[in-house]
Design a protein around this ligand. Structure first.
Ligand code: FEO
Length: 397
């Protein structure tokens, strides 16, 4: 249902309560999501972003509550990923003369997705389109998180439509940040940042600086997923600045798999060693843990300690995917260590250490290997490794 969010500005998106996996099955979305689309009515009429294709009918119904889509002059595509552009083909059949506005890379990616001969207008940072009393200003934000990404700023109402930036996969009955549970909101905002935007933290810092230097008023930050930041909108900008710095904290995540509980007992001994040195930690048994939730915890932590028994001369298949993520997401400022049990060959610990080194983590000490079940010495070695990790973490604030 369309919702007016400011004078002449309407949210015409959809809420996807059922979504549990995103990007195929790459990202878990326990709280669903929303696909936000914004309609601006002035002398000219503009729409910013659409929705994922399965929701096209619902989206066009909501839009049509406010205007006849044929009246649209501009359809802005901030980012061509299908969760935002999927409604475009059906929409453009209703307003074939509208101009599709996107960054130069956006025009390429929209064309690549839909192969349609729409009236395209490529825009760059600082370019404006007058709608009458108000204007749209475009700010390219490449790699936040695709090369085509841009933000659109509406003057007058001072709304920054930031697409994926500042978004959350968070279905809600409400549209604004001050109306929802703050713990849930920040859990989802951080998980979104950790799992999608971390590799581009350098660009995040630069882009935020660039926008702050523009000295434009911002009354709302309106992302294309989740709720709109209306109350103290810069709070999420400040959080992004903090998250982008990835400052180390005195905390750790132990993630492990185990076959006959030998590696589990090692994980527990490492936990004892951490606790003895006042390091807050969480331990995750990966076969029953959500990979993206664990990644969000690793993002927050100062250390990641990975354990796997040796299986087929390598690591357990439940550990391998998150190792790939740790490398791809380019987490920084992490201390790391490895451990694991084995029966005869025992390669897993070395494999994990090599992988952690590829992630450019600071290896705290030689990994602990225990043959069959860990004996007292092996468990003491686990505690000693934990102490080395603790020693490499910042002191308690
Ligand atoms: Fe990059 Fe929400 O799509």
């Amino acid at each position: 249902m369309a919702t007016q969010i400011a004078q002449g500005v309407y949210w015409v998106g959809v809420v996807d309560w059922a979504l549990r996996n995103f990007h195929g099955h790459e990202l878990s979305t326990h709280r669903g999501s929303t696909y936000n689309s914004y309609l601006i009515l002035d002398e000219k009429k503009a729409l910013v972003d659409t929705v994922w294709a399965p929701f096209t009918d619902e989206f066009i119904d909501g839009l049509s509550e406010v205007i006849d889509p044929a009246e649209l002059d501009y359809v802005v595509v901030n980012h061509a990923e299908p969760d935002h552009s999927g409604g475009l083909p059906a929409l453009m059949r209703l307003c074939p003369d509208a101009t599709v506005v996107a960054s130069k890379r956006g025009v390429e990616s929209v064309s690549g997705h839909y192969h349609e001969d729409w009236n395209f207008k490529a825009v760059g940072t600082g370019e404006k389109i007058s709608l009458g009393a108000r204007e749209l200003t475009f700010i390219e934000a490449p790699m936040l998180h695709w090369p085509d990404t841009m933000f659109t700023y509406l003057s007058g109402e001072a709304i920054l439509m930031s697409n994926d930036g500042f978004g959350q996969h968070y279905a809600s009955a409400f549209r604004f940040n001050d109306e929802v549970d703050q713990v849930e909101l920040y859990e989802e905002a951080l998980k979104y940042y950790a799992n999608i935007l971390t590799p581009y933290s350098g660009q995040v810092i630069k882009k935020i600086d660039e926008i702050l230097e523009m000295n434009i008023p911002v009354s709302m930050i309106a992302p294309s997923h989740g709720v709109i930041w209306r109350k103290s909108p810069l709070q999420i900008v400040e959080k992004y600045q903090q998250w982008a710095r990835q400052e180390p904290s005195r905390s750790a995540v132990i993630l492990f798999d185990t076959m006959w509980h030998a590696t589990r007992r090692m994980a527990e001994a490492i936990g004892e060693g951490l606790a003895a040195r006042d390091v807050d930690f969480k331990a995750y048994y990966m076969p029953v843990s959500d990979r993206n939730d664990v990644l969000a915890e690793v993002f927050k932590a100062g250390a990641v300690i990975v354990g796997s028994p040796t299986l087929n001369n390598g690591i357990m298949p439940t550990i391998a995917p998150i190792m790939e993520d740790l490398k791809g997401l380019r987490f920084t400022n992490k201390v790391a260590a490895a451990f694991g049990s084995y029966g005869w060959s025992g390669e897993a610990v070395k494999r994990i250490e090599d992988h952690l080194a590829e992630c450019k983590f600071d290896i705290a000490g030689e990994g602990v290997r225990a043959k069959w079940q860990p004996d007292r010495d092996a468990l003491d070695s686990c505690r000693a490794l934990a102490e080395k990790v603790a020693g490499a973490l910042p002191a308690q604030p």
